[in-house]
Design a protein around this ligand. Structure first.
Ligand code: ADP
Ligand code: MG
Length: 426
């Protein structure tokens, strides 16, 4: 039904009832009584309307704490509709607050920086990542011009040129940032920043790796090509020299083989899905194999011993053999004849441990942090002499990473080294 009718019909009915009652009084007790009753009832109505109006006015002043009355007549409907309105309003307010809180939290957790600026680049708001990336403090810098806050010539050029469809790469505060400005609404712009330092570092590592690998391969190749040229230009080379050249070429060829094998191992370790599928590894047999290999490498020049007193673990037996073998071969190769090498498998306080101890040349403290970098060697010529590729500890690091194990190196130049691998405890 029409809402107007819904209001007017009961109102008119109530009025009719009032006059009918007054008419009844008139009929029963005379005109004066009838008029008196009518006046009384009209006054009562007026009082009721005014008092509800007063209550409504008070409620409007303080609609959150004051309570709405139930009302009488048309007021019942008005009050209940107002009450419903307020409840809906409170509900959407609460929803909005919740959304805002969620949005704030998301912005807090976002690894990328977001800064909102007006059309003339005055900072209005930014998230913590933007504060970190650009060196801002929202409290302090709100309302300042972003070009005054980020004083980098490339950034200023970017703003002046206004080619915002292209991102800008900035070197700022020792980090590589990718920035982009996105205009939105009519008079606002968003500055988005992404920290690409890690990507740039990986890219640089790749470049270094290729440069190093090429360099490492070039040296033996130069030797081989040199001897081949001698052989082809001097057909009457004496057999003894020829034999010596062949021997050197074979040695250099083997060196290239070792390099390529290690590079392939590294690339395999990197490309295999992480984490690997673990299998039970019989450590006793594995350490025994590593021990035999180390003894063969030493050729009886060192005292090489092993002890196994710890639980078996699960992992990749092949990868672990390669990692343990690398540590053991380093110990033999960097320990002068007469020294000793110990391989120990034991149950450590934080989990099972594999320890390789030697009494060799040791490592100066300044080198220790960089030993697991690819091609990093303390003494290049010594590493080559002993058939090193400079990739052994990089392989060890990768294998351990895949087994969630850690490597600690304790060493002192001239006093020997101790490499400890700690596997996660149960
Ligand atoms: N047990 C050790 N004693 C002394 N120096 C070591 C030992 N193990 C590793 N190093 C040093 O760490 C460098 C890197 O080791 P690694 O990655 O295995 O390469 P390499 O092929 O040279 O052995 C070595 O060149 C050597 O200088
Ligand atoms: Mg090595």
């Amino acid at each position: 039904m029409n809402p107007k009718l819904l209001f007017w019909i009961p109102a008119l009915l109530r009025l009719t009832f009032l006059f009918v009652f007054a008419g009844l009084c008139w009929w029963m007790a005379g005109l004066a009584a009838g008029l008196g009753v009518a006046l009384l009832l009209v006054l009562l109505q007026l009082y009721l309307q005014l008092s509800y109006l007063g209550q409504l006015s008070a409620w409007l002043d303080d609609s959150h704490s004051a309570k709405l009355p139930d009302g009488w007549g048309a007021w019942t409907d008005v009050f209940s509709r107002l009450y419903r309105l307020r409840r809906d309003d409170e509900r959407s307010q609460a929803e909005l607050t919740e959304w805002l809180a969620r949005f704030r939290q998301a912005m807090h957790l976002l690894p990328d920086g977001v800064a909102i600026m007006d059309d003339v680049l005055f900072l209005e708001w930014c998230n913590p990542a933007a504060e970190r990336h650009l060196g801002l403090t929202l409290e302090r810098d709100r309302g300042m011009r972003v070009t005054n806050l980020v004083r980098h010539p490339d950034f200023i050029d970017y703003i002046i040129l206004g080619r915002y469809e292209q991102p800008l790469t900035l070197s700022l505060r020792d980090r590589k940032l990718i920035c982009q400005i996105i205009p939105f609404e009519n008079r606002r712009q968003i500055l988005v920043t992404h920290d690409a330092t890690e990507n740039a570092r990986i890219e640089e590592m790749r470049r270094d790796f290729i440069a190093n690998a090429s360099h490492e391969l070039r040296t033996p190749l130069t030797v081989i090509v040199g001897f081949l040229e001698i052989a082809s230009s001097t057909p009457d080379l004496d057999p003894a020299s020829r034999q010596a050249h062949l021997l050197l070429m074979t040695e250099q060829g083997r060196r290239m083989q070792r390099l390529i094998e290690d590079m392939l191992t590294l690339s395999r370790l990197e490309s295999v899905d992480y984490p690997m599928r673990p299998e039970p590894v019989r450590i006793g047999a594995l350490v025994e194999e590593v021990l035999q290999e180390a003894r063969a490498l030493s050729g009886g020049q060192h005292q090489v011993s092993a002890s196994v007193d710890g639980p078996d673990i699960s992992g990749s037996a092949e990868e672990l053999r390669s990692a343990f073998g690398n540590l053991a071969s380093n110990a033999v190769r960097y320990t002068p004849a007469g020294g000793s090498v110990q391989l120990i498998w034991k149950a450590g306080p934080d989990g099972p441990q594999f320890v390789v101890k030697d009494t060799g040349i040791g490592i100066d403290q300044s080198h220790i942090a960089r030993l697991t970098e690819r091609f990093y060697r303390v003494d290049k010529s010594r590493s080559r002499e002993t058939q090193g590729t400079g990739l052994g500890l990089a392989i060890v690091k990768h294998v351990l990473l895949r087994h969630r194990a850690t490597l600690t190196i304790k060493s002192e130049a001239g006093k020997g080294s101790c490499f400890t691998v700690t596997f996660p405890g149960r």
